[in-house]
Design a protein around this ligand. Structure first.
Ligand SMILES: [Zn+2]
Length: 124
């Protein structure tokens, strides 16, 4: 019977740690962390790092279509909309840069900013 030495265990653990860190870093880079909600030529920035639910009326104070969004695990989706068809709800979650949810009847779109664009201080 061959036993694993202490040195080998340390090497394996170190390798595992490095791969875990790599996987985490890569998955963070793949997904955008800011979404932009467009409505009537106004833009609203949504932080995708914090899980939340919000209504369009939370962003736009005047009379707006009724839409509810959910932010979860770096993605965003429409959970409720009073538009006909509900195509925006059926689109489900978007996670990656440049992915878009469009609600044409309500004139609302949500797009995830790609990481490189975010760096050009797109924040307000
Ligand atoms: Zn819609």
């Amino acid at each position: 019977m061959k036993y694993i030495s202490k040195g080998e265990i340390i090497a394996i653990v170190a390798l595992l740690l490095v791969s875990i860190i790599l996987i985490i870093t890569m998955s963070i880079e793949k997904s955008g962390s800011v979404a932009v909600v467009n409505y009537k030529q106004e833009v609203y920035y949504i932080d995708l790092n914090t899980n939340s639910n919000f209504n369009l009326t939370d962003l736009v104070k005047d009379e707006t279509p009724h839409m509810t969004f959910e932010v979860s695990d770096g993605g965003v989706r429409v959970t409720y909309s009073d538009c006909p068809g509900h195509d925006c709800i059926r689109q489900g979650f978007i996670h990656r840069g440049n992915e878009i949810i469009a609600c044409v009847p309500n004139g609302v779109s949500v797009v995830i900013l790609p990481q490189n664009e975010k760096a050009l201080d797109a924040y307000v």
